[in-house]
Design a protein around this ligand. Structure first.
Ligand code: FAD
Length: 385
């Protein structure tokens, strides 16, 4: 356990920490996924000397952030009962609008989400979402077939929930941009597997190790939730990808198509399968079949990649962000929304480094009552990012 310094700041007794800037404590961030990189960048902007440690190379981390779809979709994902998650996601989407131009507009690949309905049960579910999210002051609208066709002529479906303020980002371009931004702010990178937080010389430690965070902090409950995802490239003569993210439920399975500069990302399956990252035949088969129902012209695309990643699942679908002891802060358990929630997580981490709680993220206290009795998103139309 670290000793308490005379100024109230925790210091370790293991090794001399790296020099501080303006007396601010040095920070080690374990994990260079989207959560760790956003936290590192924000801590550096706040004047802390920062080092990021990951077992993968900077910009090519070995986690969910590399495979993710990149939807920033708190409203399409909304479901009655998940008020805290909706508010948290909306607050983070607001931060995305400010941070995206700083990272480079090329990172943003779509503006707006359409969740299409194929049958009357889909329409009923989407109407429930539209009413619940709309009642909380967010811009959502149900569209009929003509309006859907006018926006995305190649997309099937008889109606759609439109969330025009949502965004999508290219997660891999994002990781590259975040590493470049961190380096420009003086953040150092180390490629290593951390086994013992006590051995790190920095004053403070931020654990942002995704689903593996529990191995470093056994009191924090994060589990791996497997997801398979495909990358497809448009070929000459094939139908253009939609301009917006398009989501649907097909044969009871969630599917989404997220635009990229050269094609589409198609996701995603969801299984509780331990730390298995094998891509299955059934996963690829179902994703392709379901995506073809949404965008019939997709069969002409080039199949580029199939990958699987492990979402860091928490008991109540909310992340854990905050201090677990006087030296260590956790930022993990973002489940299907880690890309969306990274900016607000970063602000919450910086607040925790100051000894404060970010009010908008107070629901994410790692010491909150386990949320296993909270309502889960059981929407038929809730695609799994
Ligand atoms: C198929 C799929 C699609 C998704 N789509 C979306 C989406 O559209 N929108 C969205 O918001 N979210 C999406 N997600 C969820 C999102 O990817 C995650 O919530 C997010 O990436 C979590 O980021 P992270 O930085 O916490 O974890 P990770 O990205 O998993 O990063 C953790 C890092 O910690 C490192 N690490 C772990 N242990 C150690 C150790 N002991 N020492 C050193 N390094 C260590 C790992 O190497 C890894 O790089 C998706 C996830 C999947 C799997």
């Amino acid at each position: 356990m670290p000793a308490q310094g005379g100024d109230g700041i925790a210091v370790t007794s293991h090794q001399a920490p790296p020099p501080t800037t303006d007396g601010r404590p040095s920070v080690a961030v374990v994990g260079a996924g989207v959560v760790g990189l956003f936290a590192a960048r924000a801590a550096a902007l706040a004047g802390h000397p920062v080092r990021v440690i990951d077992r993968g190379e900077p910009g090519r981390p070995d986690g969910a952030s590399w495979v993710a779809g990149g939807m920033l979709a708190p409203f399409s994902e909304g479901w009655p009962g998940e008020d805290d998650l909706l508010a948290l996601g909306a607050a983070s989407l607001g931060r995305w609008r400010a941070v995206a131009p700083e990272l480079g507009e090329h990172v943003v690949t779509a503006r707006g989400t359409l969740t299409v309905a194929f049958d009357s049960a889909d329409v009923a579910d989407l109407t429930t979402v539209a009413e619940w999210v709309g009642a909380r002051g967010h811009e959502v609208e149900m569209l009929g077939r003509p309006a859907l066709r006018a926006l995305e002529p190649g997309v099937g479906g008889r109606a759609a929930l439109s969330c025009p303020t949502e965004l999508a980002v290219d997660n891999r371009a994002l990781l590259t941009a975040l590493v470049a931004s961190c380096r420009a702010l003086g953040v150092r990178f180390t490629t290593d597997a951390v086994a013992d937080l006590e051995a790190l010389p920095e004053d403070r430690v931020v654990v942002a190790a995704g689903w593996a965070s529990s191995a470093l902090l056994p009191g924090v409950s994060v589990r791996p939730v497997k997801g398979e995802i495909l990358r497809l490239r448009r070929r000459a003569g094939s139908v253009p990808p939609p301009q917006r993210t398009v989501r649907a439920t097909v044969n009871g399975r969630a599917v989404y198509l997220v635009p990229r500069a050269d094609g589409l990302v198609v996701g995603a399956t969801q299984y509780e399968h331990g730390d298995d990252t094998a891509v299955t035949v059934a996963g690829v088969r179902d994703l392709l079949a379901d995506a073809e129902r949404v965008l019939p012209g997709i069969a002409d695309y080039e199949f580029v990649e199939a990958a699987a990643g492990l979402r860091p699942g928490s008991p109540d679908n909310l992340p854990m962000i905050g201090p677990v002891d006087e030296r260590t802060i956790v930022a993990a358990g973002h489940g299907r929304n880690g890309v969306l929630l990274a900016p607000i997580t970063a602000d919450a981490v910086v607040a925790a480094l100051r000894g404060d709680v970010l009010p908008e993220a107070a629901c994410c206290s790692p010491t909150r009552r386990s949320g296993s009795d909270r309502p889960q998103n059981l929407s038929r139309t809730g695609a799994h990012p």
